[in-house]
Ligand binder design. Sequence first.
Ligand SMILES: *Cc1c(COP(=O)(O)O)cnc(C)c1O
Length: 377
Amino acid sequence: MVGSTIEIDLAALRYNFSKVRELVGQSTAVLGVVKSDAYGHGMLPVARELESLGVEYLGVSTCREAAALRQGGITSPILLLLGIEADEITPVIKYSLTPAIFRSDVAKAISAAALAADARIPVHFKIDTGMGRLGVPHAEADNFLELIKSLEGIRLEGIFSHFASADEHDKSFSNKQLERFRRILDRAQNLGFNPRYAHIANSAGVIDLPDSYLQLVRPGLMLYGAPPSPELHSPVTLRPVMTLKTRVLQLKKVPAGSPIGYGCTHTTSRASLIATLPVGYDDGYDRLLSNKGEVLIRNRRAPVVGRISMCLTTVDVTDIPGVEQDDEVVLLGRQGDKEITADEIAAKISTINYEIFCNLGGNRKKVFLNSSTPEQN
Ligand SMILES: *Cc1c(COP(=O)(O)O)cnc(C)c1O
């Protein structure tokens, strides 16, 4: 079939999960972050695999994602990292979800709805300890805790925060965040709360900040086999889960001086062999990789020449012996002993590996390899 394929190696996911367990030990629970289609890796199959490995919690951004997990048979507790809107309380109760809370109006609405439904809704209180993004500012945490205390129908199951720069070499800001967080945990205890889970560690925390493990950790990226940054103190060996492959759609010889692609941005300097690949920016292969990207063919690297189009990309294979039409081409992942990582692609277009995964995998059709769980749907 003409086109590209995203392969997801669930054995690699299992391996990466085992690395998380190895690092944090059995007494710390793991919340697997599967938001944004599991960073492009396929939310449901990834969640099924994690559930079969005994993950204690799953984390998604929205109620909609959580509903899809429940409809797919996932029974693990699910944290809604972005909280909910007041009109989403019905699915929260129906699907037994755990919203993050950081707005008093929503907290009150959840409480009222819980009372009306004779339910008790578990919530995790999100605190901003310095990220400046989502959460109650740490200086106002006391007031919010008092509010939670006054609300019936909700149960404070967790308190959490998020690191702004745990992936950087210098951990002083992370340590400051951790210190602020601990102070709030003490305050909560003094107010009579005893939440089951305090949590702050993302992948970088899991890898580099053992002090931040507390009762639960929230790795995302490392489950997908990539390091959160090149600056980590104690890098772990991980296995990339995603591969993007295609095949040579057409191979042709062109003379020196031939322009290649839209805008004629590349002109051959010699007689060349050009392979045209059925993959483009519609597949998430970023157009900024025009004249910059590399792909693997016959266990060798071939440069992208000319502009990447919507559904086609051209690579120069003049220096690779024996290339044939229909040869396998790897744009992300391993071929033989060669590898193109998401970090390599990200560096070329000034972004991060996270975005590469989301763009390549997000909501595209995937082939799942080495599943240990029975296929459903
Ligand atoms: C996405 C996210 C994570 C996971 O971060 P990684 O760097 O991928 O490990 C953890 N916590 C929160 C709140 C998140 O939004």
